[in-house]
Design a protein around this ligand. Structure first.
Ligand SMILES: [Zn+2]
Ligand SMILES: [Zn+2]
Length: 182
């Protein structure tokens, strides 16, 4: 058995060189695992960051339109994410849905300009780098389990979402001298 086929490869030869009966655009949906997007340590998820979970699938749904020397790719990338609440350290998860609009170009065009183009190789696009780049940029930084998460008590470590632990914040030491004067 060979390596599993990359589910994000799209063949565009007919779309680009269809001679008369060519479609003007194609609707493409690909679904598969992306290489882990986001920083992940052996011990777990980096606190304050989020990742696409291992084994989870991302979906890309795009319209592919040829232009001279390349193709224009526009649509959405959807993927689940998980992380750790930055205040209480509880697991948090959600789904990202991102708009993407990128261009793929034949090697000479891609090479002659900046990195605004992804390469077309043998009239095939690999959407996986596009999907990964979009996710890495947009994965939530420092997620919260909920907007009003009360976090952990700095004195006793209790989860303050589960109730008042009874701790009283220590007095600011700068006021101590004033107390003495009184
Ligand atoms: Zn929280
Ligand atoms: Zn406490």
């Amino acid at each position: 058995m060979g390596a599993p086929a990359n589910p994000f490869v799209v063949h565009v030869a007919r779309l680009r060189h269809g001679h008369g009966n060519a479609e003007e655009s194609a609707h493409v949906v690909c679904r598969g695992e992306v290489e882990r997007a986001g920083p992940l340590r052996e011990a777990g998820i980096d606190p304050g960051r989020s990742v696409v979970p291992a084994g989870a699938e991302a979906e890309v749904e795009v319209t592919v339109r040829p232009f001279e020397g390349g193709v224009d790719v526009e649509g959405t990338v959807t993927a689940p994410w998980e992380g750790i609440c930055r205040r209480c350290a509880e697991p948090v998860s959600g789904e990202l849905r991102l708009r993407v609009h990128e261009r793929f170009a034949d090697a000479p065009l891609a090479g002659s300009t900046d990195e605004d183009f992804y390469p077309i190789l043998d009239d095939a696009l690999d959407l996986a780098p596009l999907v990964r780049d979009a996710l890495v940029l947009e994965l939530p930084m420092a997620p919260l389990c909920r907007d009003d998460c009360a976090g952990l008590c700095p004195q006793c470590g209790a989860d303050r979402n589960e109730g008042d632990c009874g701790c009283v914040a220590p007095r600011d030491p700068r006021w101590a001298n004033l107390d003495v004067l009184r």
